[in-house]
Design a protein around this ligand. Structure first.
Ligand code: SAH
Ligand code: SF4
Length: 399
């Protein structure tokens, strides 16, 4: 594989020439599912659990990219495995490195309904002094069409599988040379945090996201603790409690407005699950406490949601919820009607919230030069007309 320092952009083949993998990848399977697959190729029941555990270790601790690397498994067995399966990740077709160190990978996936066609998703790594955060996608595109979000202008093509979600973390570890026994500067892991804040609405792909995050946070595998995994949702209320119960990761809510009328416009899903219901689900979120606060994301849109009255109402409405507020400067994209609030206004807004007792970091935009910042993710292949977009919005509201 090409090393990062040698090339910033990999050679990109045309989408039409994509050939979907012929054999299934074992990535994304639970231990139980691994054992079942082993049964399918004739491994005796008494051996399956132990073999599944070996595979788990090689795949998720060591990052093995081929069965041949799995030296604790007999040669014969490795041959048998290779005949039926792979440990392939999504194919990396491009890699861009921002001048602030942010890296964006464009990944290619089979389309699901046609072997010749492929889809693309993006995954972004953001290094900071005390952590390295990987921003992971859950869907190709998004049905929800938030008016300020670039991803929302993209045609939803399909949900990602659990393997494709875990696969993004594996690709990042591969490209950064960040596996257990590989060289990393001072021996620390580079990917320390995962945020489900890439393309798509994770709670509209609940089962796959759950299965993937359980693998990512498994401490005998990739081992990123649940407290370092954050799932961001635009407010799919019925699945918020399930997230706490079945996944147990940190929750972030894309709030962006404090009045239903405005939120209906910015986050159309609000018409289905209005603010009162959303906030109640946050109050009921299992495991929320002062030590495990819910993050409320608030994108700063000039003249739209950035007045001091908005700040006051925001503080009032979050009363009683263990909350952090994350102000996100709006990242513009071609064709958007919004502008980012003036810096002075963002500071005023942030100061008000801070004085009311909330930590209110303003998220520094990262990777803007490579369109890797929040809401800028979108692959060129999936353009959407205004008419198609309205149709999708109507569909999302009625399901
Ligand atoms: N669908 C999920 C997760 C992905 S979006 C959600 O909406 O929460 C990740 C975050 O980026 C969300 O808070 C989203 O509202 C925000 N975002 C989207 N477009 C943006 C833009 N152009 N500028 C800044 N933030 C944006
Ligand atoms: Fe989808 Fe989130 Fe973008 Fe809204 S902000 S369109 S829910 S990805």
């Amino acid at each position: 594989m090409t090393m990062l320092s040698e090339s910033a952009t990999l050679e990109k083949t045309a989408l039409e020439t994509y050939v979907a993998p012929a054999k299934p990848s074992l990535i994304g399977l639970s231990r139980l599912e691994l054992a079942e697959q082993l049964g399918r190729i004739g491994v005796q029941p008494a051996q399956r659990k132990m073999r599944a555990q070996q595979l788990w270790h090689w795949i998720y601790v060591r990052g093995a990219q081929a069965f041949d690397e799995m030296t604790s498994i007999s040669k014969e067995m490795r041959g048998e495995l290779a005949q039926h399966f792979t440990v392939a990740r999504p194919e990396v077709v491009a890699e861009q490195i921002s001048n602030d160190g942010t890296r964006k990978w464009l990944l290619r996936l089979p389309s699901g309904d046609s072997v010749e066609k492929a889809h693309e998703v993006e995954c972004v790594y953001i290094p900071e002094t005390d952590r390295g955060t990987l921003c992971v996608s859950s869907q190709v595109g998004c049905t929800l069409n938030c008016s300020f979000c670039h991803t929302g202008t993209q045609r939803l093509v399909r949900n990602l599988t659990a393997g494709e979600i875990v696969g993004q973390v594996m690709v990042a570890r591969d490209r950064l040379n960040d596996w257990a026994d590989r060289e990393t500067p001072n021996g620390n892991r580079l990917v320390t945090n995962v945020v489900m804040m890439g393309m798509g609405e994770p709670l509209y792909n609940f089962e796959a996201v759950r299965d993937a995050l359980l693998i990512v946070s498994d401490n005998e595998g990739i081992g990123i603790s649940r407290r370092r995994v954050t799932l961001s949702t635009s407010g799919v209320v019925p699945n918020i409690i399930r997230t706490g119960d079945e996944i147990g990761v940190m929750l972030a809510i894309s709030l962006h407005a404090v009045r239903d009328e405005l939120r209906d416009e910015l986050v159309p899903l609000n018409k289905k699950y209005p603010l009162a219901e959303l906030l109640q689900a946050c109050r009921d979120y299992p495991g929320a406490s002062n030590a495990r606060r819910i993050t409320f994301e608030y994108v700063m849109l000039k003249g739209v949601n950035d007045s001091l009255d908005d700040a006051k109402l925001l503080v009032k409405m979050l009363k009683g919820i263990p909350a952090k507020i994350n102000l996100i400067p709006f990242n513009p994209w071609p064709g958007t009607k919004y502008e980012c609030s003036d810096w002075a206004q963002i500071e005023k807004f942030s100061e008000y919230i801070f004085n009311a007792g909330y930590s209110s970091p303003v998220r520094t935009p990262r990777g803007r030069d490579i369109l890797a910042a929040c809401g800028q993710l979108k692959s060129e292949t999936e353009k959407l007309s205004v008419r198609e977009r309205d149709a999708l919005r109507a569909m999302a509201m009625t399901d």
